[in-house]
Design a protein around this ligand. Structure first.
Ligand code: ADP
Ligand code: ASP
Ligand code: MG
Length: 437
């Protein structure tokens, strides 16, 4: 017998119908002993995710706006699940506690975590598994740094006491016991942590698509599913915006050598995508996928004879350090260097930063390109095939997309291009069609 740890995302926990699918999937293989769940997600397009509503609740109380109605909406979704599934886990009482804490200034992290907490309670009761809270097991330092090894020990020791358990994803605790969440989508991380702690043979991540697709299905219709991908490639794609799996969910699984299998709760027989350490390119496959992120600014700095000037880049970096601004990429030419920076770090600092550059760098020109997006084309197979870059750039030119920046990692695992955000979807479609016939 093997051991499988599973994580079911928001759409898989959205309503009674979906939760019955979780029960059936768990029952279909007795190895599925540990199950991490998200808060209920959307039941239909225009619906709300519970996590979003919980954050909204916090925002309303912060602005002294009446919150009663919103709290009622959230409560009713959980009461509805209890009624639909014919179980009783004390949702009404839980909401008395939540409201009390809300009135006493509960943090956004605490409130957001209640989605996963209640979801796990309900699902555990319905499928007959133990409920194991993540509080006290998924651990952060007082400064909020996630503690891998302490978590692994605590979680491992607790899981060993339970033959079968459901755990809430997304959050853990600080040393004083208060709740701290991961960033959005963080239940994927909890699933990876539980897999590692339980020494699972595989980490099944159940969602609403039949695996990792070669491109975001909201941009490329009928994008092909990837049957196999290495951790390395996946990390590039997740980091670059392929949102199926949280980028930080890969590390714990990779550390323990546990393959991740992305599966579709709605089509459980589909084999999905296997992600593992094996990094031999797949036969005949040049690119594995394409993904992108919006909201970047590129600052292009030109200075004659820059290449001869020792310490020029160092000066740029130290100015950025003064502003506490991280850089995404620094592609450079002989006399030029471009700084690619996420807008969220620039906001109101941009004007001052440029002024400082002008004063301190003695550059011939500094150009600003706003509303930029980065698109990564990723594939282990790229290194061995000549002409990949030419094909990629050709496809963009043909689609009328202006390329503002190019960066190819020395690993030749990816090629990143910067394009104007208005061209984002067009560029992704063009690259996809160039490589996937
Ligand atoms: P969950 O709630 O199960 O965690 P997410 O919404 O976080 O699910 O992730 C699944 C979604 O990711 C899909 O519904 C799809 O819209 C989106 N997505 C973006 N890029 C990709 C891709 N390359 N392959 C598959 N899905 C993708
Ligand atoms: N519920 C959280 C979110 O919406 C965490 C997750 O679903 O993974 O971000
Ligand atoms: Mg997710």
């Amino acid at each position: 017998m093997g051991l499988i740890a599973c994580k079911f995302g928001g759409s898989s926990a959205a309503d009674g119908l979906q939760i019955r699918k979780i029960r059936d999937i768990a029952a279909a293989n007795p190895d599925r002993r540990y199950i991490v769940v998200s808060a209920p997600g959307k039941r239909y397009d225009a619906d709300n995710k519970i996590t979003d509503l919980l954050y909204l609740l916090k925002a309303q109380t912060e602005h002294n706006a009446p919150y009663g109605q919103l709290l009622q909406v959230i409560k009713e979704r959980f009461l509805g699940l209890e009624a639909d599934l014919g179980i009783h886990v004390g949702i009404a009482d839980e909401f008395i506690t939540i409201e009390e804490n809300l009135k006493n200034g509960a943090t956004a992290d605490y409130l957001a975590s209640r989605g996963e907490y209640l979801s796990a309670k309900i699902i555990a009761a319905f499928i007959g598994y133990d409920f194991v809270d993540a509080a006290g097991l998924v651990l952060f330092s007082a400064k909020g740094k996630f503690l891998y090894e302490e978590t692994n020990d605590a979680l491992g020791a607790e899981l060993a006491k339970h033959e079968r358990a459901v755990l809430p994803g997304f959050y853990g605790t600080l040393p004083d016991g208060s709740i701290k969440t991961f960033t959005r989508g963080g239940s994927d991380i909890t699933g990876a942590l539980a897999s590692r702690a339980a020494k699972a043979d595989v980490y099944e991540n159940w969602t609403d698509v039949s695996g990792f697709l070669m491109a975001d299905p909201r941009i490329v219709e009928n994008a092909k599913a990837i049957s196999y991908i290495s951790y390395k490639e996946l990390r590039e794609l997740s980091y670059m915006g392929a949102s199926v799996l949280h980028e930080n969910a890969i590390y714990p699984a990779r550390l323990a050598g546990i393959p991740i299998n992305i599966r579709n709760t709605n089509i459980p027989d589909d084999p999905g995508t296997i992600i593992s350490a094996d990094d031999k390119p797949q036969e005949g496959q040049i690119i594995t996928g394409v993904a992108g992120n919006k909201d970047f600014t590129v600052i292009g700095i030109y200075k004659n004879m820059m290449s001869n000037e020792i310490g020029f880049i160092k000066r740029i970096l130290s100015i950025l350090e003064d502003y506490d601004i991280p850089i995404e990429h620094i592609p450079s030419g002989i006399d030029t260097v471009s700084l690619v920076i996420a807008d969220k770090y620039l906001d109101e600092k941009l004007g001052d930063l440029i002024e400082d550059f002008e004063k301190k760098l003695g550059a011939d020109s500094i150009e600003l390109y706003e509303n930029m997006s980065l698109i990564a084309t990723v594939g282990l197979g790229m290194a061995s095939v000549p002409g990949v870059a030419a094909k990629l750039f050709g496809s963009l030119t043909e689609a009328g997309v202006n390329i503002r920046m190019i960066d190819q990692g020395s690993s030749e695992l990816n090629i990143i291009v910067g394009v104007e955000t208005k061209d984002f979807d067009t560029a992704i479609r063009a690259i996809y069609s160039a490589f996937v016939a």
